[in-house]
Write a new protein. Structure first.
Length: 295
């Protein structure tokens, strides 16, 4: 019997071992390395490590570009969360009704298909569409008498363009989640509301939204964490420009590590971002507990 249990335990460990190995390689080891590098100044050519304590943190906290990237990142988060979660919820309500099955499947596929496409590929396509002189968007704007818009070259518009792409790419993911949540609402609640003569607005605001509130909070947290790590689309579309108008925290880290060669500074920025993500998620969890408790 003991031998059988030992074999089962060994088999279980072997099954979960690949996941733990991947976790160590791609998360745990880089995290420990970041902690170590953040207190050193590294000479990549001679592979010389000089202990500098908290000087790397002092540098990034006094660097105006670092705070600019944080401001850009949080602006991106605020707008993308509103766009992805808000628009996703609205479209999920629109799709959560009696429709012919083929039409419903086509609509779901059309909204979810961009999620399956590579972000790099999507960014290249939208970069062409946003082109000031040759882009299709400005072409149609000129046809209706509106001049060219510097979607990627105007510092006041560039970040908004990146947000448009993010929402177009990811809103389908949130639509599917919200649809699943809405379809999980007990039919008895809806029948009781119908018998009481509740309007569609009352049903939506007093029954459906409160019932799926945990799902909404999850989606908001998920979108926030993803927004804090935005890199690919900005790198392809604007490379952080014009100036630093669209530069994110992750782009700052990459620039410090690979362009400036300051691995210690980049590690300090990465740990700062980790702390910020933890604080933001903790605040959202506190709000979620309070809201769900009040509900």
């Amino acid at each position: 019997m003991a031998t059988l249990k030992a074999r089962e335990a060994r088999a279980g460990f072997l099954f979960v071992a690949p996941a733990y190995v991947l976790y160590l390689i791609f998360l745990a080891i880089p995290l420990v390395a970041s902690f170590g590098l953040s207190v050193f100044e590294v000479d990549r050519i001679r592979m010389d490590f000089e202990y500098v304590g908290l000087e790397n943190f002092d540098w990034i906290f006094t660097d105006p570009r670092f705070w600019t990237t944080f401001r850009n990142t949080f602006y991106f988060i605020s707008m993308s969360v509103i766009g992805n979660v808000g628009l996703g919820l609205v479209l999920a309500f629109a799709l959560n009704r009696v429709l012919p099955t083929p039409i419903l499947y086509v609509l779901r596929l059309s909204y979810f298909l961009p999620v399956l496409v590579s972000l790099a590929f999507v960014s290249f396509i939208w970069k062409f569409l946003f082109s000031t002189d040759l882009g299709a968007i400005n072409y149609y704007l000129r046809q209706v008498g509106i001049g060219n818009v510097g979607w990627l070259t105007d510092s006041s518009v560039a970040m908004f363009s990146v947000i448009i792409i993010d929402v177009w790419k990811n809103v389908g993911f949130f639509i599917i989640i919200f649809l699943a949540a809405l379809q999980g609402i007990p039919r008895s609640l809806m029948e009781a509301a119908s018998i009481d003569g509740a309007s569609s607005w009352v049903v939506a605001t007093r029954i459906k939204i409160p019932y799926i509130a945990p799902v909404i909070l999850f989606c908001a947290t998920y979108a926030t964490i993803g927004g804090l790590q935005v890199f690919d689309s900005i790198r392809i579309l604007t490379n952080g420009g014009p100036g630093d108008a669209t530069r994110s925290v992750v782009m700052y880290m990459v620039s410090e590590a690979f362009s400036a060669g300051q691995l210690g500074t980049a590690s300090a920025a990465a740990l700062t971002l980790l702390v910020v993500i933890s604080i933001v998620v903790a605040i959202q969890m506190i709000i979620a507990r309070w809201f769900l408790g009040e509900r």
